[in-house]
Each structure stands twice: as structure tokens, then as C-alpha cells.
Design a protein around this ligand. Structure first.
Ligand code: ADP
Ligand code: 5GP
Length: 206
């Protein structure tokens, strides 16, 4: 046991779960980077959020999101089942508390994809584990627009609104622990893998 080498009360991460929160502008590539990381690292579990947004064609209920009605979302909020929730472009998104807390208690690491205020709320939520905040940005604003257009999921109006939200979101970069530029997908995934690995090796008081 690694604890044999350390003074009483100290240990290294890895026996307890860590929450890795990835935020950043819509279109930065959060979903793409996260899905590749999940494929490579079996110790990471994705926190599937609930949302009232309509499903995109390539999305799967229970894998990408729990797609719920307004009434179902209200129920989740009033019964305290969400760790945090927000409204984004007229739709609501929230993190199911139980799934996250149970997995962390089992020593699994959890990966979350949320917008910036959600990330900061998770850091303040008093989870009994480290919360690592990672901000993902595209290499430029032009590339961000090109990616959202290429994804083909947003109207021009929604695209404009997402860019306005993004301008506000990047102001919060200093409140995060890490910044990753998603230029080439492979590099961004490798950088995120390195962050996960380093955080698992941190020496911490238990
Ligand atoms: P987010 O989850 O942050 O909104 P997505 O993962 O949906 O972003 O990515 C937005 C679009 O950009 C998608 O069409 C995706 O395939 C593409 N994309 C993601 N990462 C890259 C990259 N490194 N280079 C080029 N295109 C990318
Ligand atoms: P999209 O509609 O592109 O899937 O997501 C829109 C925004 O909502 C993204 O920034 C995404 O990270 C965020 N989001 C997804 N799930 C949650 C959640 O549970 N809580 C919060 N606060 N934001 C979320």
C-alpha cells in the first residue's frame, strides 16, 4: 500500500474519486474531447446531465443526456435531485446529484460537461472530493464559429447567442485550474489525459 510510505493521515489521490469538470464555449469541442477520453480511460465515468433541450440526431438518451420534459425537470429540481442546474438558451440543464456522489464514493472519477456557472457551482457544492476545473477553448474565435456551423445544430440566431454567451464565459478562465486549447483533437485529449493522471498522483491530507 502506498500509504505505508506516508505519514499518518496523508495519501495520494486514486483511492478516492475526483470530479473533473470540463467547461468552455459551446463548439469548443467539449463533447468530442470527452467522448475520446472516456474511450481511453475506463476509470472515468461520465456524468449524464438532464436537459429539456430537444435531442440532436446523433445523441442517445441516457448516454449524452437524459432528455426530459419541463414537468420532469421541475420534479428533479423540487426534489433536490440536482447538484446544480441552469438555463441556457431557453432550455434547462442539470447535474443529477445521486449518480455523481455515488460514483465518487465508490472511488470512481467522474467527468462532467457543464457551462461555466455550473462548473463554478460544482466547485462550491461541498462534494467530499477534489474538484478539478478545466476550461477548454478553441484556437480562435473564427474556428469556434466554423465548428458550430460545421456541427450544423444551431440556427444563425442561436449561433449568435452562443457566441455572446461565450464572450462572457471566457472572462471566468482565471477561476479555473487548467486551460486546454483544442486545436488538434488528439493533442487536446492527450493534455486532458495528462491532467487526469497528474491529479491522481497528488499528495493529499485525508
Ligand atoms: P461542444 O461540446 O464544446 O459544444 P463539440 O464537441 O460538439 O463541442 O464540437 C463542436 C464541433 O467541432 C463538432 O462538429 C466537432 O466534430 C468539431 N470539433 C471538435 N473538436 C475539433 C477539433 N479539434 N478540430 C476540428 N473540429 C473539431
Ligand atoms: P448543448 O446544448 O450544446 O449540449 O449544451 C449547452 C451548454 O450546456 C454547454 O455549455 C454544456 O456544457 C452545458 N451543460 C450541459 N449539461 C449541463 C448541466 O448539467 N449543468 C450545467 N450547468 N450546464 C450544462
Amino acid at each position: 500500500m502506498v500509504r505505508d510510505f506516508l505519514p499518518e493521515g496523508w495519501g495520494v489521490q486514486g483511492e478516492r474519486g475526483i470530479a473533473f469538470v470540463v467547461a468552455g464555449p459551446s463548439g469548443a469541442g467539449k463533447s468530442s474531447v470527452i467522448s475520446e477520453l472516456l474511450r481511453r480511460d475506463r476509470r472515468l465515468d461520465f456524468s449524464v446531465s438532464a436537459t429539456t433541450r430537444p435531442k440532436r440526431p446523433d445523441e442517445v438518451h441516457g448516454r449524452d443526456y437524459y432528455f426530459v420534459s419541463q414537468e420532469e425537470f421541475d420534479q428533479l429540481v423540487s426534489s433536490g435531485e440536482l447538484l446544480e442546474w441552469t438555463e441556457y438558451q431557453g432550455h434547462r440543464y442539470g447535474t443529477p446529484r445521486r449518480e455523481v456522489v455515488n460514483r465518487l464514493a465508490q472511488g470512481k472519477d467522474v467527468l462532467l460537461n457543464v457551462e461555466v456557472q455550473g462548473a463554478l457551482a460544482i466547485a462550491r457544492a461541498g462534494l467530499p472530493c477534489p474538484v478539478v476545473l478545466v476550461f477548454l477553448v478553441p484556437p480562435s474565435w473564427e474556428e469556434l464559429v466554423a465548428r458550430i456551423r460545421a456541427r450544423g445544430t444551431e440556427s444563425d440566431e442561436a449561433l449568435r447567442e452562443r457566441l455572446l454567451i461565450a464572450r462572457e464565459e471566457v472572462r471566468h478562465i482565471p477561476e479555473f485550474h487548467y486551460l486546454v486549447v483544442n486545436d488538434r483533437l488528439e493533442n487536446a485529449v492527450r493534455e486532458l489525459e495528462a491532467i487526469v493522471m497528474a491529479e491522481r498522483r497528488r499528495i493529499t491530507r485525508w
